[in-house]
Design a protein around this ligand. Structure first.
Ligand code: UD1
Length: 436
C-alpha cells in the first residue's frame, strides 16, 4: 500500500469489531521466545509489525504459523540470541527481545531498534534496569550486547516507560531471585503481558500498577487472547467524529479508552457504552479545551494525532500538549495542507477550528500521524492523496476495506513497495500468509 486516495466529506456510519492490540501482541510475541514450549496467541491483528516480528522470531529458531487470527508459536528448541539486524531495524518493539533472550538464555545481541521517529527514544531506562539486575550491558557498533542471568533485586524506573517495564518483566522471568519493579508503566498492555506469562507458569503480581513483582518460576506453553486495540478504536472514533458520523465499535474495552472518550464527549459527541462495545454519534463539534498526553491512565500519546485530526473543524481553540515524545507533531504540516489552522510551539499545538477542509496531496510520516491524515482527509471536501501510506500497514489491518464498510470513499494505488518492505517480503516469504 504505497498511495491511497480519499474522497472526503461523507459521514462514517456503521459497526466495526476492533482488532487485537498492536502494542499488546508485539510484547506477547517477544515473550513467546522466552517460553520453552508451544504458545497460541488468539485475536492477532493482520498487521505488518506482527509479520516482521514473526520473521525475527523465526531467525532465532521460534517457529510459527498463522491460522486466521491465531498464531501458534513453538520456541521449545530455539537457541538463537542475535536477531536479524535489518528486521530489528524496522521495529521499536524488537528491543523487547533483549529481555526475552536474557531471561531465557542469559545472553542477547540486539541491533538498535527502529520504529516511528518520534524523538530520541533512548534505551537508558531499559539498560540501567537490566544492569541493576546484574546483567552486563555493552553497546558497540550499533549492537547491544548483554550477558549474564539476572540476579534478582529491585529496579526503580524514574519514568514509567512502557518498553522498559516490559523488557524488565521478560528478563526477570529467568532471574535467580524475586524482582521488584518500582515506577512501572501501568498500560493495559503490560497487564495483558503478565496475564499471558502467568498462564505460562510465571508468578507476576501487580502488573498494571506502579509496582510489579516477579517470582522465579518454570515456564510452559499456554494459549492467550490478545487484548483489543484501544489505539485502533480511538482512530475509528476520531474518524467518525471528524466526519460527523455514527459508529458502533464492538469487541473492545471502553474502560481503556476513558481519556479519549472524555475529550470526544467534551467536544460534543454523544457516547453510549457497555462493557465491551460503544456507540459514538457526532454532530457539529466544539473545541474541548486542553488535551495533555501522558503515561496511562492519562490521555495516550498514540491517540494525540488522530484526536487532533478530529478537532480541526471544532469551533473554538483546542490546546494539545504532548508530554511523552518530543517529536510527535510531524503530521501537522499535512493537516495544514488540508486547510487546518494549527500553531505549534515546542510541545504545544493550538488548533483553531476552521469552517471546512479541502483535499490535498499528503505524505505519511509515521503510523499514528498517517492515521490522523486519513481521519482529516475523510472530513475534507474533495480528493486527497496520501503517499508512503505503508506506514498504516504497521498498525491497521485491512484499513481500506474496513473504512469502506463505513461508507468511506477510499482506494489505493498498488505500486513498488519501499525498500524496507521488499526486505521484509523476501525474508518472510512463505511464512506470513494472510498478513499484509
Ligand atoms: C510504547 C508503545 C508506543 C507508545 C508508547 C507510549 C509499543 C510497541 N510501543 O513505546 O506505541 O506510543 O509506548 O505509550 O507498545 N524513554 C527514555 N528512556 C528509555 C525509554 C523511554 O527516556 O529507556 C522515554 C521515551 O523517549 C519517551 C518516553 O520515555 O519520551 C516514553 O517511552 P516508552 O513508554 O518507553 O514508549 P515505548 O515503549 O517506546
Amino acid at each position: 500500500m504505497d498511495t491511497i486516495y480519499i474522497n472526503g466529506g461523507r459521514p462514517l456510519r456503521g459497526t466495526l469489531a476492533v482488532q487485537g492490540s498492536k502494542n499488546a501482541v508485539l510484547p506477547l510475541l517477544a515473550a513467546a521466545a522466552a517460553v520453552p514450549g508451544k504458545t497460541v496467541l488468539l485475536h492477532c491483528p493482520p498487521i505488518r509489525d506482527v509479520a516482521v516480528t514473526r520473521a525475527l522470531l523465526h531467525g532465532l529458531g521460534v517457529s510459527s504459523c498463522r491460522h486466521g487470527d491465531a498464531i501458534e508459536l513453538d520456541a521449545a528448541s530455539a537457541v538463537g540470541t542475535a536477531p536479524d539486524a535489518v528486521l530489528a531495524g524496522q521495529l521499536r518493539s524488537s528491543v523487547l527481545l533483549l529481555g526475552a533472550l536474557i531471561g531465557r538464555h542469559g545472553s542477547a545481541e540486539i541491533p538498535l531498534p527502529g520504529g516511528c521517529v518520534l524523538g530520541a527514544r533512548p534505551l537508558d531506562l531499559h539498560l540501567s534496569g537490566l544492569e541493576a539486575l546484574g546483567v552486563r550491558v555493552v553497546c558497540e557498533d550499533g549492537v547491544l550486547r548483554c550477558q549474564g542471568r539476572p540476579s534478582g533485586g529491585t529496579v526503580r524506573l524514574p519514568y514509567p516507560s512502557v518498553g522498559a517495564t516490559e523488557n524488565l518483566i521478560l528478563a526477570a522471568l529467568g532471574a535467580a531471585g524475586p524482582v521488584c519493579i518500582h515506577g512501572a508503566a501501568k498500560e493495559p498492555e503490560i497487564r495483558d503481558l503478565a496475564v499471558f506469562l502467568n498462564a505460562c507458569g510465571a508468578q507476576i503480581t501487580g502488573a498494571g500498577t506502579g509496582l510489579v513483582r516477579i517470582m522465579p518460576s518454570p515456564l510452559h506453553g499456554a494459549s492467550h487472547r490478545v487484548l483489543p486495540d484501544r489505539m485502533e478504536a480511538a482512530t475509528w472514533l476520531c474518524a467518525a467524529a471528524a466526519t460527523g458520523g455514527c459508529l458502533t465499535l464492538t469487541e473492545l474495552r471502553p474502560a481503556h479508552l476513558r481519556p479519549v472518550l472524555e475529550v470526544l464527549s467534551r467536544a460534543g459527541c454523544d457516547v453510549t457504552e457497555t462493557e465491551t462495545a460503544l456507540t459514538l454519534r457526532a454532530g457539529a463539534l466544539t473545541a474541548p479545551g486542553t488535551v495533555v498526553t501522558g503515561p496511562y491512565p492519562a490521555f495516550p500519546t498514540d491517540a494525540q494525532a488522530p484526536v487532533m485530526a478530529a478537532l480541526l473543524l471544532a469551533e473554538g481553540l483546542t490546546r494539545i500538549e504532548e508530554t511523552v515524545f518530543e517529536n510527535r507533531f510531524r503530521h501537522v504540516p499535512a493537516l495544514r495542507a488540508l486547510g487546518a489552522d494549527i500553531d505549534c510551539t515546542g510541545r504545544t499545538a493550538c488548533v483553531r477550528g476552521v469552517k471546512a477542509l479541502h483535499g490535498a496531496a499528503l505524505t505519511a510520516t509515521d503510523l499514528r500521524g498517517a492515521a490522523a491524515m486519513v481521519c482529516a482527509a475523510l472530513s475534507a471536501q474533495g480528493e486527497s492523496k496520501i503517499t508512503q501510506a505503508w506506514h498504516l500497514e504497521r498498525g491497521y489491518g485491512q484499513l481500506i476495506q474496513r473504512l469502506r464498510t463505513l461508507g468511506a470513499e477510499i482506494w489505493m494505488e498498488p505500486k513498488q513497495s519501499p525498500t524496507r518492505r521488499t526486505t521484509w517480503n523476501r525474508t518472510e516469504s512463505g511464512r506470513a500468509s494472510g498478513e499484509p
